[in-house]
Design a protein around this ligand. Structure first.
Ligand code: FAD
Length: 406
């Protein structure tokens, strides 16, 4: 798709026209975000009519900046519907049917429909192409049986992106198909799994004779891996490339803790000051790198280079919260009252606990979710730097002949 030229000033003018019509401080999330979509300011690089203006993705930062300047209420995409907005929407746009584009995109952006990603299984995480959930054709439906795991937000989701095996005789990457699953379908059972934070953000999902209409397949039968790559590339960019404001996000929270420090010895303070300053510099470098990557992305879906910011973000965020615990000192050993088995709901997910000790525990997952740091390094080595690939002995073997446990 050709990119349309538009100046920053024109984009800012369009945002001001939106705010004059619907202002986030005065109308509901659904109304404001719906209007944002209708004005083409949801994903500016999407085509007109689908929440965009067909302009460079770099200009999305201008939209977000202009909204922040004029409104106190800011709905962060990654807070209200991270999987739907960051991964579902580009997958629908790239591989979905016209029905999907017309009926799903707006409700994804407003977060009227929350989305989840049904990829990982007990025996298939990093090697997701080895998955075993089966989909068998039955007339104008597919019948799915299997189990997914670590499915974030499945308990509040309307739609799931489901990767399942449709041809066990084919090699693992070519025997999969990709479905849009309505989580309210009979046979879908969602059970909570608890993190070390005490929260049950993700789930096990059991699928027993779940019937999916044939037209809810993305691309065509056997092309599931191609579609999954679109989802995964966007996931890495969404996690690592969501540049917050300068001095915002985790590093902003660390600075606040630093300013409120008490009870540290002079020696500890000297050492920690150095660490806080270094982390600030690294966070700023990462923010600028993410902005540069966004500017370089002309249009369409991100490539393997998205793994750079995913890897850097995961490792930096963990170090920021480790440092925060040291700034807090002995008190960091005690978890706040209220440690209990929380479940993010549509509403509380948006106003999620912003407590440092919670964040420290939650950040441990950053180098696992969305692909582990080891796997990111493999992708960077092979697909960005062009180093020799890992030996892959099962690549051309029919999936059914690959040994696996259970
Ligand atoms: C908070 C959180 C949320 C998640 N949400 C979702 C979700 O919504 N949907 C979903 O489908 N999944 C989700 N996941 C699952 C996540 O994608 C997987 O946990 C991840 O891909 C790793 O898979 P695994 O847990 O099976 O670990 P494994 O793949 O078994 O890996 C175990 C260890 O081996 C290493 N390893 C594996 N292969 C290689 C290799 N080739 N080279 C070097 N090292 C390797 C890994 O880095 C890791 O250290 C979530 C995970 C977390 C923690």
């Amino acid at each position: 798709m050709a990119i349309r030229e538009m100046s920053e000033e024109e984009v800012r003018g369009r945002v001001r026209a939106l705010l004059a019509e619907a202002h986030p401080d005065r109308v509901s999330q659904f109304e404001f975000r719906g209007k944002q979509y209708d004005h083409g300011l949801a994903w500016v690089h999407f085509p007109e009519g689908y929440g965009g203006l067909g302009i460079s993705p770099r200009l999305q930062a201008v939209v977000n900046d202009e909204i922040r300047r004029h409104a106190e209420t800011v709905y962060e995409d990654m807070q209200i519907n991270p999987i739907g907005i960051g991964m579902g929407a580009p997958t629908v746009l790239t591989h979905g049917t016209e029905w999907m584009k017309k009926n799903l995109l707006r409700r994804v952006f407003t977060a009227e429909d929350i989305w989840c990603q049904l990829f990982s299984e007990p025996g298939a995480g990093s090697d997701v192409a080895g998955l075993a959930t089966r989909a068998v054709r039955d007339g104008d439906h597919w019948v799915v049986n299997g189990q997914k795991v670590w499915t974030s937000l499945a308990h509040i989701s309307k739609w799931g992106m489901l990767l399942a095996r449709t041809d066990p005789d084919a090699p693992k990457h070519s025997g999969m198909s990709y479905f849009l699953l309505d989580l309210e379908t009979p046979g879908v059972e969602v059970r909570p799994l608890h993190h070390l934070t005490g929260e049950a953000e993700f789930n096990e999902v059991f699928l027993s004779d779940v019937r999916i209409p044939a037209e809810r397949m993305f691309a065509t039968e056997g092309e599931g891996w191609k579609v999954a790559i679109t989802t995964l590339m966007n996931e890495r960019t969404a996690i690592g490339g969501a540049a917050s404001r300068k001095g915002g996000g985790s590093i902003g929270a660390l600075l606040d803790l630093w300013k409120a420090r008490r009870g540290l010895t002079a020696e500890t303070e000297t050492i920690l000051r150095d660490r806080v300053a270094r982390l600030y510099v690294e966070a700023e470098l990462l923010r600028l790198t993410a902005l540069r990557a966004r500017a370089a992305q002309k249009a369409g879906n991100p490539g393997p280079e998205g793994s750079i910011s995913k890897l850097a973000h995961a490792e930096l965020n963990k170090r920021i919260w480790e440092c925060a615990m040291e700034v807090i000192g002995d008190d960091s050993l005690l978890y706040e009252a209220g440690y209990r088995r929380r479940r993010p709901s549509g509403e509380s997910f948006a106003t999620r606990v912003a407590l440092a000790k919670y964040q420290f525990l939650r950040s441990r997952a950053n180098s696992i979710e969305g692909g582990t740091s080891e796997v990111m390094r493999n992708i960077l080595g092979e697909r960005v730097l062009g180093l020799p690939g890992e030996p892959r002995t099962d690549k051309d073997v029919p999936w059914k002949n690959i040994p696996r446990s259970a």
